[in-house]
Design a protein. Structure first.
Length: 200
């Protein structure tokens, strides 16, 4: 499967043009957005409408610039947009697990229940590829390193380390757009606002 992943558009017209161009050039099977598509929800409906017009199924979680309730409501208006916060989405041999919001906390207590739900799905899907989509980066990689300190999420890292996760797509830290790292066998990517083609 060919995925075009992106994050932190923040209403950027130049970034959207890049996404649109890559959709046309690479013809991805699926788009994945790791949050912060708007600027504190200003222009949210407009950019979602533009994404829907790309005519590609687009999985999306909210960032710290959107609330889950508002983004869920807007996504329901558009047939190509699928809000996956706290949900699993199966496509072919792949299962996408979504958890949005946050970005500033090292521990995410609200994720524990969802993490248990996701772990059960993973155990039942041993032959499937697992893609974990978050806004906040997991702790202790190149993707959460600011100067000399790590500021990512330890709860997400623990989940990745304890489960068979093949790929984690995240965002939030603009300084680390385009960076990639690994947690054990898990590939971790911040695709940035211009997007990155990922072969799964």
């Amino acid at each position: 499967m060919k995925v075009l992943a992106f994050t932190d558009l923040h209403l950027s017209s130049s970034a959207f043009k890049k996404i649109k161009s890559k959709v046309k050039k690479y013809i991805p099977d699926l788009l994945v957005c790791a949050g912060d598509i708007s600027i504190f929800e200003h222009g949210l409906d407009f950019v979602l409408k533009q994404l829907n017009k790309l005519n590609k199924k687009t999985l999306i979680v909210h960032g710290n610039h959107e609330t889950d309730s508002v983004l869920r409501k807007f996504c329901q208006k558009y047939p190509n947009l699928i809000f996956i916060h706290k949900k699993a989405y199966a496509s072919g041999n792949n299962i996408f697990l979504g958890y949005g919001g946050g970005g500033f906390s090292i521990i995410e207590p609200e994720f524990y229940k969802t993490g248990e739900f996701f772990s059960k799905i993973i155990k039942k899907s041993k032959s499937k590829k697992i893609i974990f989509v978050t806004h906040a980066p997991p702790y202790g990689t190149k993707l959460d390193l600011i100067v000399t300190s790590h500021c990512g999420n330890k709860t997400f890292r623990h989940f990745i380390a304890k489960n068979k996760v093949d790929l984690c797509i995240c965002g939030h830290l603009h300084e680390n757009f385009g960076k990639e790292d690994r947690i054990k066998k898990t590939r971790v990517i911040n695709p940035g606002p211009y997007g990155k083609i990922i072969e799964i």
